[in-house]
Design a protein around this ligand. Structure first.
Ligand SMILES: C[S@@+](CC[C@H](N)C(=O)[O-])C[C@H]1O[C@@H](n2cnc3c(N)ncnc32)[C@H](O)[C@@H]1O
Length: 216
């Protein structure tokens, strides 16, 4: 497919989801946090992530109307699986229209991720991508979500999130340490940062163990 065809397809799909996204925003302003879906610039950055190209199991939290979901599916192998978790019912209905055999959509909160993975019998994810806005969650909920993401990720797994504010770095510090990369996406409304952390042996458990050793 040529880039002209691709961008014509992107524009058509984007204009068809904007009314749905706007309604979702006005009905749930805090959760949705933006009145238009993420830009094609962010979508391209997501689909060029190396970690997606070899991933078997991917989780997307806060997929919205599916613009970012399409970008993930574009990069993922043919025999991989993508589990999307979204709270807004109208967005879930839109996502279910994405006819891709690799995709499972669950209407629930990202905060229930652990039990969702169990119910869906989904393996430990290699990559978790989150569009859930940490800045509008309470610090307790934000920390709980990061801890769950860290616990359920496969060893060596990657956590990717795009955010309008940077409080996610503080929330993730204890589990993941500093982000491995931070990429400013100016061409988005509003501009945002794309962060990436890897769950290394150094992050989380080892970090906690070394602090316990120091305290002893
Ligand atoms: C900034 S929008 C991003 C939407 C889409 N990924 C995009 O980039 O166009 C945030 C999304 O997270 C969803 N969301 C917010 N809180 C959530 C939660 N606790 N669990 C699951 N989804 C949530 C919202 O409904 C919304 O779809």
């Amino acid at each position: 497919m040529s880039s002209t065809q691709l961008s014509a397809q992107e524009t058509a799909s984007r204009s068809s989801v904007i009314p749905c996204f706007l309604r979702g925003f006005f009905e749930n302003p805090l959760q949705v946090a933006s009145f238009v879906p993420s830009s094609s610039f962010l979508q391209r950055k997501l689909s060029s992530l190396a970690c997606l190209q070899t991933a078997r199991c991917v989780v997307e939290l806060g997929p919205g109307t599916g613009e970012t979901t399409r970008a993930l599916l574009e990069a993922m192998p043919a025999d991989s699986q993508l589990l999307c978790v979204e709270v807004v019912s109208e967005f879930v209905a839109h996502l279910q229209e994405l006819a891709d055999p690799r995709l499972t959509v669950v209407e629930n909160s990202a905060l229930s991720l652990k039990s969702i993975l169990q119910q869906q019998n989904f393996a430990k994810p290699d990559v978790i991508v989150s569009g859930v806005p940490f800045s509008v969650m309470s610090p307790e909920e934000g920390r709980q979500l990061i801890q769950t993401i860290h616990q359920v990720l496969a060893p060596g797994g990657v956590f990717v999130t795009y955010q309008f504010r940077n409080n996610v770095c503080e929330l993730a510090e204890d589990c993941f340490g500093a982000p491995q990369s931070r990429d400013l996406v100016l061409w988005n409304l509003p501009p945002l940062d794309l962060y990436l952390w890897e769950k290394t042996a150094e992050s989380g458990e080892q970090k906690k163990m070394s602090s316990l050793t120091l305290e002893a």
